[in-house]
Design a protein around this ligand. Structure first.
Ligand SMILES: [Zn+2]
Length: 380
């Protein structure tokens, strides 16, 4: 029970929810109200399509962990239906929207009228700030004439209780502007401009969902205290090892994001496993510092073969046969390494021979094996 509670706490800490904003998108007009008409188009159809694209981008941004923000998106209408101005603002207010963004296209009797403009109810505050960003992004996206950041006593701006803006994409009555309004690619660019504006408004960098790289890389060097280890081998997650390049350098590319393990091995060195966390679009830099295995003195020529450092001291004619020293003949039959290990054997044989014969035999055997392994490794 206590364990379960702890797990729950850890989960909460591990995955803090990103701040989610509720955006109400308002496609102008609809149903019996076509809005402006011109160049074989009706405003209600153009703006609904742009708004649907904007909604899809916000949803994709929420689902994409590569960047951007987290959004809940509602539309005042998502089909060709009539919705009164009062119903639009009431809906946003009842839902507790964080921002209200309305999209329209302009119309005028003189077909030469053209350009882009965006409205807020008043200067100052977040409504005007968002308005300015929408205008800026739309000018960047479509490159039309800048008609300015304006204020207007529009019902949806006045009656909404959250910061709100209303954008006029272009003039449906102007042939040049209408070409953009009619284009799928330009409608998509308009939707992206609105996405970038709301991202920047919430201090999130402009980010197009799906544009983030899906893989990362890890690069590094294999070294020891003396510098790069030529001939070292590295592997990722247990896959086939590859030889390091010049200067002990290596790199694995196209690595999926997440936790991985790099292993480095080299002759005369202890292998090392190093965990590495890969982030998409980034190259993790690591250094694999291997520890050289000290040459074992047991295979060095004994400078003084006559030294009495072995397990079998020279027989002392004066020794009492019952002085407690008992050299177990069973131990002596094992290949006892010389040097320090031999010394260990000699030291232990006196005290341990009577009670721990078999255990000591295992120790000796393992030490002998280890000595053999080290020798092979060095000679490899
Ligand atoms: Zn309109």
């Amino acid at each position: 029970m206590r364990r379960l509670a702890l797990s729950a706490v850890v989960l909460v800490w591990a995955a803090p929810a990103a701040a989610q904003r509720l955006i109400v998108i308002d496609p102008g007009h609809g149903g019996e109200d076509p809005g402006g008409t011109g160049n074989a188009m009706e405003e209600k159809d153009v703006v609904l399509d742009v708004c649907n694209r904007f909604r899809d981008l916000l949803d994709a941004d929420s689902a994409d962990e590569g960047g951007g923000g987290s959004w809940r998106v509602l539309l005042t209408r998502d089909s060709d239906e009539y919705v009164s101005l009062g119903a639009r603002s009431s809906y946003a207010n009842d839902q507790g929207a964080d921002r209200f963004m309305s999209i329209h296209s302009n119309a005028f009797g003189d077909p030469s009228a053209n350009g882009t403009e965006t409205f807020a109810y008043a200067e100052g505050g977040n409504g005007a700030a968002l308005r300015n960003l929408v205008q800026e992004e739309m000018l960047e996206a479509w490159g039309l004439r800048d008609r300015g950041n304006k204020t207007a006593n529009f019902a949806v701006l006045r009656e909404t209780s959250m910061p709100a803006e209303l954008h006029e994409l272009a003039f449906i009555t102007n042939a040049g502007d209408a070409a953009l309004l009619a284009s799928d690619a330009d409608r998509q660019r308009a939707a992206e401009a609105h996405l970038y504006a709301i991202q920047r408004h919430f201090d999130i960098g402009a980010y197009l969902p799906g544009s983030a790289p899906s893989v990362g890389a890890v690069a590094g060097t294999v070294i020891d205290d003396a510098g790069p280890i030529a001939g070292a081998m590295v592997s990722l997650d247990g896959a086939a090892a590859v030889a390091v390049g010049e200067g002990g350098s290596f790199a694995f590319i196209d690595v999926p994001p997440g936790d991985h393990v790099v292993r480095a091995e080299a002759a005369d060195h202890q292998p090392e496993d190093q965990p590495v966390s890969i982030v998409a679009g980034q190259t993790a830099q690591i250094e694999m510092r291997l520890v050289a295995i000290e040459p074992s003195p047991d295979v060095e020529p004994d400078p003084d073969p006559g030294a009495d450092d072995g397990p079998n001291p020279a027989p002392d004619p004066d020794a009492d046969p019952d002085d407690g020293i008992d050299v177990d003949p069973g131990l002596d039959a094992e290949p006892v390494p010389a040097g320090p290990t031999g010394g260990l054997a000699g030291g232990c044989s006196a005290a341990g021979a009577r009670t721990g014969g078999p255990q000591l035999a295992v120790v000796f055997y393992l030490l002998a094996l280890l000595a053999g392994t080290r020798t092979r490794s060095r000679n490899a």
